[in-house]
Design a protein around this ligand. Structure first.
Ligand code: NAI
Length: 511
């Protein structure tokens, strides 16, 4: 599997945000790079922005003057597509329109040598459909960078129906040589990242629509309990609601309105209002000099409990037991009633959410009137989220709060909704990732690698499912499906299979 040589000419079409970034990646790897844009002013802007980026690196001492001069000397602004004829690889990063992309790429294909590779940076169009419009579809693939391309490591190498395996191999090896993290996937809507990430936004939007908590509280839980770099609402504000809503809609439509990807009216409303997020000054939050970020719903200080009884196997939440010991609480272990996993705090039963609301648990005869959310790291994490059933015993929330505060955790409170915040989000991410694997879109390893490197997830969704246990994730989904009566929460067949056969996603063993 050979990478392109640094002697090979790379051509980039489109000098916008992505094209300019991709040019830098190839220049940094030692190539000569021809850059073309239909608008001469856009080409000039692109070249100026690349130069400005290198000047900033120069000012910071990250590169020296000779490197700056050498890179700029290898950047070859092209006046016409004819100047790209000798390229070994053409990367297209123009407007997201199938007809326009196909027209420009056909024109350039006619000029290129027969072994040249044509790559598209499309995020939402079918690579198969673009390739089918060209004469040599076997030479065409997706090379999907993330914005900003020089900084974000992930590159999805997308094979269309006709893409030759050697072409994908060459792109994979070349991306590695360019110090990127390449993953392979098939041309399906959203590829890996833009598909698997949908529930991160979708579940948060549904929780907000159901008034389960404020945007600030949900974001704080995703960040401080779930370990995500940003909360869903602050991230959507950063991406821009026009862009994020369009991606959701395109994946939803491309998958024939599967309810799993259903867009949210809350977000449509923001788009309709022109509240696009940071770039317009308002989104879920207000931006600007005087903007004040609303506070999240944090519980008041509560008394330290006296006694903790552990009943059953707490699974992923088991580190809480050691923490309770470390905090000097009196911890005892009791005989467990069948299937139970509870902590009794001064007589109040609490449990890790299993996708049921606490009220549903009480109705089912389970004593836990207080539930806590999944945490990225129970041991070292600084926060926990709690919910109380309407019919929980008096003072139960205060007792549970006092327990987690004694363990050094800030307690965030949400309404008693099925699956809380992190658990339902992670279960849905893992479910989507399982379908990506089952459907042959990408391997389990590449799917997790993509989510960690493309969107900075603290842990790959399938590694998370391995940690929680596929059976537990399956129970969460089944309980969500029962609570909402919605096909959105149906379990992926591969997740069910892992739940039954007890195998992990990441052993490398086959299903
Ligand atoms: P952009 O609007 O910043 O730049 C597009 C450039 O293409 C403009 O300079 C425009 O003058 C030029 N162009 C338009 N039609 C052309 C034509 N017929 N021939 C030559 N040049 C033409 O767009 P951006 O954001 O750089 O996106 C480019 C592509 O990359 C799209 O396919 C987009 O879906 C994809 N993408 C975008 C990401 C993002 O976060 N912005 C992330 C990953 C992929």
């Amino acid at each position: 599997m050979n990478a392109l040589s640094s002697q090979d000419l790379i051509a980039v079409i489109g000098a916008g945000a992505m094209g300019s970034g991709i040019v830098q990646v190839a220049l940094n790897a030692g190539h000569r790079v021809a850059l073309y844009d239909a608008a001469p002013a856009a080409l000039a802007r692109g070249v100026a922005s690349i130069d400005a980026t290198y000047r900033r690196l120069l000012d910071k001492g990250k590169i020296d003057a000779a490197t700056h001069a050498d890179r700029m000397a290898r950047l070859l602004p092209a006046e016409s597509l004819d100047d790209l004829a000798r390229a070994a690889l053409v990367i297209e990063a123009i407007v997201e329109d199938l007809d326009i992309k196909a027209r420009v790429l056909s024109e350039v294909e006619a000029l290129l040598g027969e072994h040249a590779i044509i790559a598209t940076n499309t995020s939402s169009l079918s690579v198969t459909a673009i390739a089918a419009r060209l004469k040599r579809p076997a030479q065409v693939a997706g090379l999907h960078f993330f914005n900003p391309a020089p900084l974000l490591p992930l590159v999805e190498i997308v094979s269309g129906k006709a893409t030759a395996p050697e072409v994908a191999d060459t792109l994979f090896a070349t991306a590695l040589a360019w110090h990127k993290v390449p993953v392979r996937c098939a041309s399906t809507p959203g590829f890996i990242v833009n598909r698997v990430a949908r529930p991160f936004y979708g579940e948060a939007l549904r929780l907000l629509a159901d008034c389960a908590a404020s945007a600030a509280t949900i974001d704080a839980i995703l960040r401080d309990v779930g370990g995500f770099r940003m909360g869903a609402f602050e991230l959507m504000d950063l991406i821009g609601h026009d862009v994020n809503y369009a991606v959701t809609k395109s994946v939803y439509d491309a998958l024939y309105q599967d309810p799993r990807y259903k867009p949210s009216l809350l977000q449509k409303d923001l788009v309709d209002a022109g509240w696009l997020g940071r770039k317009s000054g308002t989104g879920f939050y207000a931006y600007g000099d005087n903007a004040v970020r609303p506070a999240s719903f944090v519980a008041q200080d509560a008394p330290r409990p006296a006694q903790v009884i552990v009943e059953g196997d707490l699974g992923v939440a088991a580190p809480l037991i050691q923490l309770a010991h470390d905090a000097g609480l009196a911890v005892t272990v009791s005989q467990a009633a069948a299937g139970r996993a509870l902590l009794w705090i001064d007589g109040v039963a609490i449990a890790l959410t299993d996708g049921r609301s606490a009220l549903q648990r009480l109705a089912d005869g389970d004593p836990a009137g207080i539930v806590f959310d999944l945490a990225f790291d129970y041991r070292n994490g600084g926060a926990i989220a709690l919910a109380a059933a309407d019919l929980a015993q008096d003072g139960a929330m205060q007792t549970a709060t006092g327990f987690f505060q004694a363990l050094g955790k800030r307690v965030l409170i949400v309404d008693d909704v099925p699956g809380m915040v992190v658990m339902r989000t992670v279960a849905m991410l893992a479910n989507e990732a399982a379908d990506v694997v089952q459907q042959g879109v990408a391997s389990a390893a590449d799917t997790d690698l993509a989510m960690v490197n493309g969107v900075n997830y603290p842990r790959g969704p399938l590694a998370w499912a391995d940690l929680i246990g596929a059976a537990a994730v399956g129970r969460v989904l089944a309980n969500l499906a029962a609570a909402y009566g919605d096909d959105r929460y149906r379990s992926a067949p591969l997740l069910l299979r892992r739940a039954l056969n007890g195998r992990r996603f990441h052993t490398g063993a086959s299903a």
